[in-house]
Design a protein around this ligand. Structure first.
Ligand code: IMP
Ligand code: MG
Length: 181
């Protein structure tokens, strides 16, 4: 697997430093607004490793759950998300922290925002480990970001290409020849 990687973007050590930094920002924010408990929702499958690390770095009391979604391809229902797995915690009046591995266009997190606000969440904040800011098309407020990265295809630490490479302990740029062949 390592030989399919062009360049390492974040080492295991850099990842763990970033997780501590983001957790510190999140704790400080919720303390400042007087929120005493949050619901952390990880977006499967990519956000699983990051969510697992983040919850153990956070001091804010929390409950956590996961969603797994896919976008409808049917044009007639475009803009809709299909839940392959939904949360099992009642979110009414709760403060949601949605956690994803990476923000690309931002469409997924934007749709999740309208869905969870409609369900009656008291607040909705986004936390993503990586951010391809230049690719953004959806109007979202990415509150807590680990690192902004250039527009290249990255894998590892939960990020996949065709469901593979998620297990890599680092984040690396995938060689073009891997996905162009
Ligand atoms: P968005 O709705 O366009 O922001 O899609 C974000 C999702 O696309 C992420 O949760 C990832 O699953 C996937 N994604 C975007 N860029 C990459 C990448 O470079 N590597 C792996 N997955 C990516
Ligand atoms: Mg994903």
């Amino acid at each position: 697997m390592d030989r399919d990687i062009d360049r390492i973007l974040l080492t295991k050590e850099e990842i763990s430093d970033l997780v501590q930094q983001i957790a510190g920002q999140i704790d400080a924010y919720y303390r400042s607004v007087g929120v005493s408990e949050i619901i952390v929702i990880g977006v499967l499958n990519g956000a699983a490793p990051f969510t697992a690390d983040l919850i153990r770095a956070l001091k804010t009391p929390l409950r956590y759950d996961f969603v797994r979604v896919s976008s409808y391809r049917n044009a007639a229902v475009s803009g809709e998300l299909r839940f392959l797995k939904d949360v099992e915690i009642d979110v009414v009046g709760q403060h949601i922290l949605m956690v994803d591995d990476i923000i690309d266009t931002g469409n997924t997190l934007k749709k999740l925002e309208s869905i969870f606000k409609e369900r009656g969440a008291a607040s909705y904040k986004i936390c993503a480990f990586l951010d391809k800011q230049e690719r953004r098309t959806a109007d979202i407020d990415a509150h807590f970001i680990g690192q902004v990265i250039p527009d290249s295809f990255v894998v590892g630490y939960g990020l996949d290409y065709d469901e593979r490479y998620r297990q890599l302990p680092y984040v690396g740029i995938l060689k073009r020849e891997v996905y162009e062949k």
